[in-house]
Design a protein around this ligand. Structure first.
Ligand SMILES: *Cc1c(COP(=O)(O)O)cnc(C)c1O
Length: 476
């Protein structure tokens, strides 16, 4: 398998060439040259693999289709080391929880930081450590987080040899629990940088630093943001696992509803669907920051300015542009890199938007690719948390509530709907208190986490200041 850029750079690269990189040199995102096809017989075989050998081996089988530059026994060992009941809490790794007939939650949040990002990041930590050791190299990971990515990355990379993490987060905007999770890490290889701005400012700084190729090379900068292909690939696995749990046989279809921000999670669903997994609809749920819902309804992709990005009670979805969205547009436009470049580099820079409403491709978004969408507000979130608690005795987090809220608009008889549970409620206790009037359950290992000593540096939203900090803390 080779990888190419969404903006037309067709230099053939292998998986391990792009594993440690962020954006492609032309500013695009890496994509596989094609999607390996899973026919009905192969799907049946994978169902059997999952049933008899479990999630880790299913992951190995699927990853093998995209990774041919790590020896199979090594890749299998990395998957088996990652997806264990000890790390993810259950043997099933991503069990389905039935709310009612044909309506499920897929639990993706039982990992170390209680959000679905652990699903990919734990694998990434092991892949990075493996590949760096193989090359005898070191890497400085630069990332931006609105909460969940940062802690997932830090818990995946802490103490790993050859790896340092510099994680930017919007100062004062994460929940107290999220801040405590990240800032209480005392590992010497973990650096928390709280930036005076919103998440998109953090993301812009990461992009600016990564686009400075000299700096990037000199300080061996890598990334673990959701644009990393390996993360996306790891997420493809739980769409298969969810499908196998909700169905009995290969003819059946399911739909997935995905609380969405940067379009990473649901893009993995798109990849699974392109491989032939029988997914009927991919339901994109947004919060008040409805960039994606707007595009999927109207064909206009309009990024927002920082000041127009709402601070909501599902903060991990507070984005003004969706960094993985370019991957889907690449497929939608027949993999025309020049056109993608014109839209994402030129049109967005000049006009802050592009409009595909008149393009015949736009009709295919729904008809051929199965995407539908909806938006959920603070009031919807609270009502959904209350309703699910009252009817099923289950407490869901605010992001998952956005997914449940929007999923309900698209339930069809005979097609199971699987809502991806993207975090546990304890991460967002204030909203749970507001909805239910009591505290969410706290796993014992997180007792008193808010009172631990903290390691964090506050910096202005300034690219140079961040570069200076990195330079001072690297032995280049
Ligand atoms: C990151 C995150 C999301 C959004 O996922 P994307 O891949 O950015 O679309 C939703 N919910 C939670 C809890 C998250 O951490």
């Amino acid at each position: 398998m080779h990888y190419l850029s969404t903006r037309g750079d067709n230099t053939p690269r292998k998986f391990c060439d792009i594993l440690l990189e962020g954006l492609a040199p032309d500013g695009g995102l890496y994509m596989p040259a094609h999607y390996p096809q899973i026919d009905a017989a192969r799907l049946r075989a994978l169902r059997e693999v999952y049933r008899t050998q479990g999630y880790a081996v299913l992951a190995f089988e699927l990853l093998s289709l995209y990774i041919d530059d790590i020896p199979a026994p090594d890749l299998r060992r990395l998957c088996e080391k990652t997806y264990t009941p000890e790390v993810f809490g259950t043997r099933a790794i991503t069990p389905l929880k039935k709310l009612e007939d044909g309506f499920y939650l897929e639990e993706l949040s039982n990992g170390p930081t209680l959000a679905f990002k652990d699903m990919a990041m734990q694998l990434l930590g092991n892949l990075f450590e493996y590949e760096l050791a193989r090359r005898g190299e070191a890497l400085n990971i630069l990332g931006a987080t609105s909460g969940d990515t940062g802690s997932a990355a830090e818990y995946a990379m802490r103490g790993k040899r050859g790896i340092r993490v510099f994680m930017l987060s919007p100062h004062g905007r994460m929940s107290p629990f999220q801040q405590a999770q990240m800032f209480s890490l005392q590992d010497a290889n973990i650096h928390n940088l709280a930036i005076e701005g919103v998440f998109d400012d953090c993301q812009d700084i990461v992009k600016a630093v990564s686009n400075d190729l000299d700096f990037k090379r000199r300080y061996r900068i890598g990334t673990v943001n959701s644009i990393n292909w390996a993360r996306l690939l790891a997420q493809v696995v739980y769409y298969f696992a969810g499908y196998f749990q909700a169905t009995q046989a290969e003819g059946e279809k399911v739909s997935f509803a995905v609380p969405s921000g940067n379009f990473g999670n649901v893009c993995a669903g798109h990849v699974a669907r392109m491989m032939g997994l029988p997914i009927d609809r991919l339901v994109v749920a947004t919060n008040e920051n409805d960039v994606l819902d707007e595009f999927l309804r109207t064909g206009v992709y309009r990024v927002r300015a920082s000041r127009d990005t709402h601070e909501t009670s599902s903060p991990s979805m507070d984005i003004s542009k969706a960094s993985n969205f370019e991957r889907f547009i690449f497929d939608l436009l027949g993999r025309d890199g020049a056109r993608v470049k014109a839209l994402f580099q030129d049109a967005l820079a000049q006009h802050g938007q592009f409009d595909l409403s008149a393009d015949p491709a736009f009709a295919e978004v729904r008809e051929r690719y199965g995407f539908v969408s909806g938006k959920s507000t603070h009031a919807d979130r609270l009502a959904t948390i209350c309703d699910v608690h009252a009817r099923f005795g289950i407490t869901i987090d605010p992001h998952t509530a956005d997914g449940v809220r929007v999923a309900r608009e698209y339930v069809q008889p005979g097609v199971p709907m699987i809502v991806l549970e993207t975090a546990l409620p304890i991460k967002f206790a204030a909203t749970i208190r507001e909805a239910l009037g009591h505290e969410p359950e706290r796993p014992a290992r997180f007792e008193g986490i808010e009172n631990l000593p903290r390691r964090v540096q506050v910096l202005p939203a300034d690219v140079q200041r961040v570069k200076d900090y990195i330079a001072q803390h690297c032995d280049s």
